[in-house]
Design a protein around this ligand. Structure first.
Ligand SMILES: [Zn+2]
Length: 307
């Protein structure tokens, strides 16, 4: 047993407007599939702790973090951007989500676990240093990566993001950090409207047009991500795992299949095995077709478990 499964019931209580695609049922869809597949028996289950303010401020401005705490409503919804609201439980959920990544990082760096999957929400990759947007409040993956660098003193961590949307928040927070490599494939032009390739050497942005399918995605991963990761020789690999690039997810215009998620996870596990003793922390981002989300996240975790 070398793969951790980290979640918290607080993450189910954050709920936005009715029929919002980023809904609590997403976590249940994944957990149900993990249980039905029998994998849950072979995962080590942990409850996510809360992230603390100091850990959040490694990625976010002090005033921004304070603003999120102050905006937490006693009842009703607090509007943050056209798609992003806080209910009275959102702050707790956001602290657990960021805390999950920190805890996962501690587990894999200590050697207690080799890999970890964080089944948490709200997601994080659109949250910029000082902006909540796109269903995200704290940038969970950037908070975790900066914990690895600043607390555990790692020199090189790689973050890959296969969500159909660009991880603009992760780029915003980490773009000038010499200790982080960020590789992202995403639909372009599309939300959140990022213009394209970055000039930063450690920002491997791969914008791809609507309609992108398996061959184009796999070529981009092979040709851009894997080369960059091997050159970088990371000590830990983080995955922003969004499953909305699937052909049956209406939120995006890519045509990936279940097999593409299995394939990309295998490739990432292989480079993790080669460069960083297999250490990998994967965190849930998007994925809004509940059946597809449950199935593809389970397939992703199965590969992480070497099963
Ligand atoms: Zn997405």
């Amino acid at each position: 047993m070398h793969t951790a499964y980290i979640t918290h019931s607080d993450c189910l209580r954050h709920e936005m407007i009715e029929h919002h695609p980023e809904c609590p049922q997403r976590l249940r869809a994944i957990e149900d599939q993990l249980s039905a597949s029998g994998l849950m028996d072979f995962l080590r289950y942990y409850e996510a702790p809360n992230a603390d303010v100091h850990q959040l401020e490694r990625a976010h401005g002090k005033d921004y973090v304070e603003g999120i705490f102050n905006n937490s409503p006693l009842d009703g919804l607090q509007h943050m951007d056209p798609d992003t609201w806080m209910n009275p439980y959102t702050l707790e959920a956001a602290l657990r989500s960021a805390g999950a990544g920190i805890f996962a990082t501690d587990l894999v760096i200590s050697g207690e676990m080799k890999r970890a999957f964080c089944n948490v929400r709200p997601p994080g990759h659109h949250a910029e240093k000082n902006t909540a947007m796109g269903f995200c409040f704290f940038n969970n993956i950037a908070v975790a990566a900066l914990h690895a660098i600043e607390h555990h003193k790692l020199e090189r961590v790689a973050i890959v993001d296969f969500d159909v949307h660009h991880g603009n928040g992760t780029e915003d927070i980490l773009s000038h950090n010499p200790h982080t490599l960020f590789c992202s494939t995403y639909q372009h032009p599309f939300y959140p409207g990022y213009a394209g390739k970055s000039m930063e050497k450690l920002m491997v942005n791969v914008p791809l047009p609507a309609g992108t399918g398996s061959p184009e995605f796999r070529f981009a991963v092979q040709d851009k991500w894997l080369k960059a990761i091997k050159d970088f020789e990371p000590e830990l690999i983080f995955v922003s795992a969004g499953f909305d690039a699937h052909r049956d997810d209406d939120m995006g215009g890519f045509n990936l299949s279940d097999d593409d998620y299995i394939w990309v996870t295998r490739k990432l596990c292989a480079v993790a095995d080669e460069y960083c003793q297999g250490r990998m922390v994967s965190m849930l981002e998007g994925g809004y077709n509940l059946d597809i989300l449950g199935r593809c996240a389970t397939a992703h975790v199965r590969v992480m478990m070497n099963l």
